[in-house]
Design a binder for this molecule. Sequence first.
Ligand SMILES: Cc1cc2nc3c(=O)[nH]c(=O)nc-3n(C[C@H](O)[C@H](O)[C@H](O)COP(=O)(O)O)c2cc1C
Length: 176
Amino acid sequence: MGILKIIGIVLAIIMVAAAGVWLFSLSGSYAAETLKPDGAVTGKALIIYDPGLSGNTKNVASSMANDLKAKGYEVVLAGPKSSDASKLSGYSILMVGSPTYGGKPSGTINSYLEGLNLPENITVGVYSTGGTDNNDSNQFMADILKKSSVRVEVSEKFGSSADKVEYSNFVSQILT
Ligand SMILES: Cc1cc2nc3c(=O)[nH]c(=O)nc-3n(C[C@H](O)[C@H](O)[C@H](O)COP(=O)(O)O)c2cc1C
Protein backbone atom coordinates (compact mmCIF):
# COMPACT_ATOMS: atom_id res chain seq x y z
CA MET A 1 0.00 0.00 0.00
CA GLY A 2 1.38 3.41 -0.93
CA ILE A 3 2.27 5.92 1.75
CA LEU A 4 -0.30 8.37 0.36
CA LYS A 5 -3.04 5.76 0.69
CA ILE A 6 -2.09 5.11 4.33
CA ILE A 7 -2.06 8.87 5.09
CA GLY A 8 -5.47 9.15 3.39
CA ILE A 9 -6.95 6.36 5.49
CA VAL A 10 -5.53 7.82 8.75
CA LEU A 11 -6.89 11.27 7.87
CA ALA A 12 -10.31 9.79 7.07
CA ILE A 13 -10.38 7.98 10.44
CA ILE A 14 -9.42 11.20 12.27
CA MET A 15 -12.14 13.15 10.43
CA VAL A 16 -14.83 10.57 11.21
CA ALA A 17 -13.77 10.48 14.89
CA ALA A 18 -13.78 14.31 15.07
CA ALA A 19 -17.25 14.44 13.46
CA GLY A 20 -18.47 11.86 16.00
CA VAL A 21 -17.18 13.87 18.96
CA TRP A 22 -18.66 17.05 17.49
CA LEU A 23 -22.09 15.43 16.95
CA PHE A 24 -22.02 13.96 20.47
CA SER A 25 -21.22 17.37 21.93
CA LEU A 26 -23.88 19.07 19.79
CA SER A 27 -26.57 16.62 20.93
CA GLY A 28 -25.66 17.43 24.56
CA SER A 29 -26.22 21.13 23.85
CA TYR A 30 -29.93 20.39 23.37
CA ALA A 31 -30.30 18.16 26.46
CA ALA A 32 -32.15 19.17 29.64
CA GLU A 33 -33.15 17.50 32.89
CA THR A 34 -34.85 18.59 36.11
CA LEU A 35 -33.72 17.56 39.59
CA LYS A 36 -36.28 17.86 42.37
CA PRO A 37 -35.42 17.97 46.07
CA ASP A 38 -36.78 15.23 48.36
CA GLY A 39 -38.57 17.72 50.61
CA ALA A 40 -40.11 21.15 50.09
CA VAL A 41 -38.82 23.33 47.24
CA THR A 42 -36.98 26.35 48.67
CA GLY A 43 -35.97 27.89 45.33
CA LYS A 44 -35.32 27.28 41.65
CA ALA A 45 -31.94 27.27 39.93
CA LEU A 46 -30.93 27.01 36.28
CA ILE A 47 -27.52 25.59 35.35
CA ILE A 48 -26.45 25.96 31.73
CA TYR A 49 -23.33 24.08 30.70
CA ASP A 50 -21.52 23.38 27.47
CA PRO A 51 -21.26 19.56 27.39
CA GLY A 52 -17.76 19.97 25.92
CA LEU A 53 -15.70 17.11 24.58
CA SER A 54 -14.72 15.02 27.59
CA GLY A 55 -17.48 15.63 30.14
CA ASN A 56 -15.61 17.73 32.77
CA THR A 57 -17.88 20.76 32.49
CA LYS A 58 -21.00 18.63 32.73
CA ASN A 59 -19.59 16.76 35.75
CA VAL A 60 -19.04 20.05 37.56
CA ALA A 61 -22.58 21.14 36.63
CA SER A 62 -24.02 17.85 37.95
CA SER A 63 -22.07 18.14 41.19
CA MET A 64 -23.36 21.69 41.74
CA ALA A 65 -26.90 20.63 40.81
CA ASN A 66 -26.86 17.83 43.40
CA ASP A 67 -25.52 20.23 45.99
CA LEU A 68 -28.33 22.70 45.29
CA LYS A 69 -30.87 19.88 45.30
CA ALA A 70 -29.65 18.81 48.77
CA LYS A 71 -30.24 22.41 49.87
CA GLY A 72 -33.88 22.26 48.74
CA TYR A 73 -33.54 23.70 45.22
CA GLU A 74 -35.32 22.44 42.17
CA VAL A 75 -32.61 22.50 39.51
CA VAL A 76 -32.87 22.55 35.73
CA LEU A 77 -29.62 21.34 34.20
CA ALA A 78 -29.55 22.19 30.51
CA GLY A 79 -27.42 22.65 27.41
CA PRO A 80 -27.19 26.18 25.94
CA LYS A 81 -29.25 25.26 22.87
CA SER A 82 -32.08 23.56 24.78
CA SER A 83 -35.46 25.30 24.99
CA ASP A 84 -34.99 25.58 28.78
CA ALA A 85 -31.88 27.73 28.29
CA SER A 86 -33.88 30.74 27.14
CA LYS A 87 -36.75 30.45 29.66
CA LEU A 88 -35.30 32.40 32.56
CA SER A 89 -38.30 33.54 34.54
CA GLY A 90 -38.99 31.92 37.93
CA TYR A 91 -35.34 31.23 38.81
CA SER A 92 -33.44 32.92 41.62
CA ILE A 93 -30.09 31.48 40.50
CA LEU A 94 -28.39 31.11 37.11
CA MET A 95 -25.05 29.39 36.69
CA VAL A 96 -23.26 29.06 33.37
CA GLY A 97 -20.33 26.70 32.78
CA SER A 98 -17.92 26.30 29.88
CA PRO A 99 -14.77 24.40 28.97
CA THR A 100 -11.71 26.52 28.14
CA TYR A 101 -10.33 26.50 24.63
CA GLY A 102 -7.32 28.71 23.96
CA GLY A 103 -7.95 30.71 27.15
CA LYS A 104 -11.56 31.46 26.21
CA PRO A 105 -15.00 29.92 26.78
CA SER A 106 -16.53 27.84 23.97
CA GLY A 107 -18.20 29.64 21.08
CA THR A 108 -21.60 28.22 22.11
CA ILE A 109 -21.35 29.64 25.63
CA ASN A 110 -19.98 32.91 24.28
CA SER A 111 -23.06 33.32 22.05
CA TYR A 112 -25.39 32.23 24.86
CA LEU A 113 -24.00 34.86 27.25
CA GLU A 114 -24.11 37.58 24.59
CA GLY A 115 -27.77 36.84 23.88
CA LEU A 116 -28.90 36.61 27.52
CA ASN A 117 -31.79 38.80 28.55
CA LEU A 118 -32.02 38.33 32.29
CA PRO A 119 -34.98 39.02 34.54
CA GLU A 120 -34.35 41.14 37.63
CA ASN A 121 -33.42 39.56 40.98
CA ILE A 122 -31.58 36.58 39.54
CA THR A 123 -28.16 35.83 41.05
CA VAL A 124 -25.58 34.88 38.43
CA GLY A 125 -22.42 32.77 38.70
CA VAL A 126 -20.07 31.70 35.91
CA TYR A 127 -17.47 28.95 35.93
CA SER A 128 -15.12 27.38 33.47
CA THR A 129 -13.09 24.18 33.50
CA GLY A 130 -9.57 23.87 32.14
CA GLY A 131 -6.15 22.36 32.51
CA THR A 132 -5.07 25.20 34.79
CA ASP A 133 -6.96 27.33 37.33
CA ASN A 134 -5.70 30.76 36.24
CA ASN A 135 -8.56 33.22 35.74
CA ASP A 136 -8.97 33.59 31.99
CA SER A 137 -12.04 31.96 30.40
CA ASN A 138 -14.21 32.56 33.49
CA GLN A 139 -13.16 36.21 33.51
CA PHE A 140 -13.99 36.40 29.81
CA MET A 141 -17.49 35.07 30.58
CA ALA A 142 -18.01 37.53 33.43
CA ASP A 143 -16.86 40.42 31.21
CA ILE A 144 -19.47 39.58 28.54
CA LEU A 145 -22.20 39.85 31.18
CA LYS A 146 -20.77 43.00 32.73
CA LYS A 147 -21.06 44.67 29.30
CA SER A 148 -24.84 44.12 29.60
CA SER A 149 -24.73 45.51 33.17
CA VAL A 150 -25.29 42.08 34.70
CA ARG A 151 -23.72 41.69 38.13
CA VAL A 152 -21.80 38.42 38.33
CA GLU A 153 -21.74 37.24 41.93
CA VAL A 154 -19.22 34.38 41.58
CA SER A 155 -16.71 33.65 38.82
CA GLU A 156 -14.24 30.80 39.01
CA LYS A 157 -12.09 28.55 36.82
CA PHE A 158 -11.66 24.95 37.96
CA GLY A 159 -8.34 23.40 36.94
CA SER A 160 -7.76 19.70 36.46
CA SER A 161 -7.11 19.15 40.20
CA ALA A 162 -10.36 20.82 41.37
CA ASP A 163 -12.71 18.69 43.45
CA LYS A 164 -16.25 18.57 44.86
CA VAL A 165 -15.26 20.73 47.83
CA GLU A 166 -14.42 23.60 45.44
CA TYR A 167 -17.67 23.13 43.47
CA SER A 168 -19.55 23.13 46.75
CA ASN A 169 -17.81 26.36 47.85
CA PHE A 170 -18.90 27.95 44.57
CA VAL A 171 -22.52 27.01 45.36
CA SER A 172 -22.22 28.31 48.93
CA GLN A 173 -20.84 31.62 47.66
CA ILE A 174 -23.71 32.09 45.23
CA LEU A 175 -26.25 31.36 47.97
CA THR A 176 -24.83 33.97 50.38
C1 LIG B 1 -8.42 22.20 21.91
C2 LIG B 1 -8.30 22.40 23.38
C3 LIG B 1 -7.82 23.61 23.87
C4 LIG B 1 -7.69 23.81 25.25
N1 LIG B 1 -7.23 25.01 25.71
C5 LIG B 1 -7.11 25.21 27.05
C6 LIG B 1 -6.63 26.46 27.56
O1 LIG B 1 -6.30 27.39 26.84
N2 LIG B 1 -6.55 26.61 28.90
C7 LIG B 1 -6.92 25.62 29.79
O2 LIG B 1 -6.83 25.81 31.00
N3 LIG B 1 -7.39 24.42 29.33
C8 LIG B 1 -7.49 24.20 27.99
N4 LIG B 1 -7.97 23.00 27.52
C9 LIG B 1 -8.40 21.98 28.49
C10 LIG B 1 -9.92 21.95 28.62
O3 LIG B 1 -10.46 23.24 28.81
C11 LIG B 1 -10.30 21.11 29.83
O4 LIG B 1 -9.85 19.81 29.68
C12 LIG B 1 -11.82 21.14 30.05
O5 LIG B 1 -12.10 20.71 31.38
C13 LIG B 1 -12.54 20.25 29.07
O6 LIG B 1 -13.91 20.31 29.37
P1 LIG B 1 -14.92 19.22 28.81
O7 LIG B 1 -14.50 17.88 29.39
O8 LIG B 1 -16.25 19.65 29.28
O9 LIG B 1 -14.75 19.24 27.31
C14 LIG B 1 -8.07 22.78 26.15
C15 LIG B 1 -8.55 21.56 25.64
C16 LIG B 1 -8.68 21.37 24.28
C17 LIG B 1 -9.20 20.07 23.77
